[in-house]
Design a protein around this ligand. Structure first.
Ligand SMILES: Cc1cc2nc3c(=O)[nH]c(=O)nc-3n(C[C@H](O)[C@H](O)[C@H](O)COP(=O)(O)OP(=O)(O)OC[C@H]3O[C@@H](n4cnc5c(N)ncnc54)[C@H](O)[C@@H]3O)c2cc1C
Length: 388
């Protein structure tokens, strides 16, 4: 079957946002999602000003904004002593500086907001139960083969099938998913079950020797998105392997009482292994373009996974304003995005090493954090928040 719709393989954050970005250039698309429905899965995602700006550019912000939570501040604590080492105020001054606000959201609510925007757009068709098993370039088009053996021909294909992308492996056989030695635990206790002593309003980061913990509020009704990163190896690549709370409690056994109390709250944990896509020198192959985690899945230590996916498609929309030729727009998007995302991947890994420092390195890091003025701290992050 041949159509004028561009194809999008994968209906996660990148795929849905990709379809919206195409629609801003009047390009119709068909999003093919392998899952039978757009399941409400995952936990919290942070949307820095760069992510919010990208959502604004693809026309999705109005649908997503009401689902976000507005955290007043970011707090960084030492997890052994419990002291507050750095504090960033996320108020109007922050928004003015970076041109957009800082928000947090449940992944399922971000996906729901994108879905609402897609469903309201006549240029976008969504199809569930549509796994894309392979794709080939055929002259001036792309042919995708679906798991039910349908063959679809289209002017172009966005590949957004996540970090374990099958299609990336076909397009770039040398690409690899590395497994940095981290296991990430997550839980979502209901906010009303938390004692008043827990700082549930802010984005909190606790630095522990060999690990770290992040928590912030998400969802309607409100829950605490609680993520604990440990060093370790997990063979199962699933996002949602069940985990035992004792694993987390034992790992953080030297934490201060306040953090131990927080880690003791959930009765249910899930875990997944850190992963990092490497070996990519381009994301485009003719009329096919990798976007989101399929192109550059990374460890989540700078909280930029969703943001990078959203930036990808905002840049694609910009490139499509310059040329209607998909191959040229894809090549330009790939060249523009690669250096920034490579830096982000490297800095995310480096952040893990800094967060997990021990002994004298930890002492020096803590001193630096305690005495660094908030403005200097923000200056170090400005390449992320306003760099695309
Ligand atoms: C189930 C799940 C839970 C997650 N939970 C968290 C979390 O708690 N915290 C966090 O920071 N990040 C989480 N993420 C990752 C986060 O969503 C991404 O890092 C980021 O948003 C980039 O999204 P993406 O669309 O590139 O990839 P993903 O969000 O992984 O989306 C990929 C989509 O492609 C679909 N797909 C895969 N293969 C095919 C195929 N062959 N054909 C058609 N469709 C296909 C998948 O079903 C999925 O819907 C989760 C991802 C998933 C899939």
């Amino acid at each position: 079957m041949t159509g004028t719709n561009w194809l999008v393989a994968g209906g996660g954050i990148a795929g849905l946002a990709g379809a919206l970005a195409l629609a801003t250039r009047n390009v119709p698309s068909l999003v093919m999602e392998q899952a039978e429905d757009f399941a409400e899965v995952g936990a919290g995602l942070q949307l820095g000003p760069n992510a919010v700006e990208a959502l604004q550019q693809i026309g999705a912000w109005d649908a997503v904004a009401p689902k976000c939570i507005i955290p007043p501040e970011i707090h960084i604590h030492d997890a052994l002593g419990g002291g507050l080492m750095q504090r960033v105020i996320l108020g109007q001054k922050f928004t003015d500086r970076f041109g957009a606000p800082y928000r947090v959201i449940h992944r399922a609510e971000l996906q729901r907001g994108l879905l609402e925007a897609c469903r309201a757009n006549p240029l976008i068709t969504l199809q569930n139960g549509a796994g894309v098993t392979s794709a080939v370039l055929t002259g001036d088009s792309v042919q995708a083969v679906l798991s039910d053996n349908r063959h679809l021909k289209a002017p172009a294909l966005l590949v957004a099938d996540g970090i374990r992308s099958k299609l990336r492996k076909e397009m770039f056989p040398d690409s690899l998913v590395e497994a940095p030695p981290y296991v990430i635990y997550r839980s979502l206790p209901a906010l009303h079950t938390l004692p008043a002593s827990v700082n549930a309003e802010c984005v909190n980061l606790w630095l522990y020797p060999g690990g770290h913990v992040v928590h912030y509020p998400v969802g309607h009704p409100l829950h605490l998105n609680l993520v604990a990163v440990t060093r370790g190896i997990l063979a199962r690549s699933s996002w949602s392997t069940p985990a035992n709370g004792e694993e987390v409690a034992n790992y953080f056994s030297r934490a201060c009482p306040a953090l131990k109390q927080i880690l003791g709250l959930p009765d249910k944990w899930l875990k997944w292994p850190a992963a990092n896509v490497v070996g990519m020198s381009q994301w485009n192959l003719g009329r096919m373009l990798l976007i989101g985690d399929a192109a550059h899945g990374t460890v989540p230590f700078l909280a930029q996974g969703a943001a990078m996916a959203l930036e990808d498609v905002a840049v694609l929309a910009r490139q499509l304003a310059r040329t209607a030729d998909p191959a040229a727009a894809f090549a330009a998007t790939s060249s523009e995005r690669l250096p920034r995302v490579a830096r982000l991947q490297a800095e995310s890994l480096r952040s893990g090493r800094v967060y997990h420092m021990k002994g004298t390195f930890r002492n020096a890091r803590n001193m630096a954090l305690r005495f660094m003025p908030e403005a200097s701290f923000l200056q170090r992050l400005s390449w992320i928040y306003q760099g695309y």
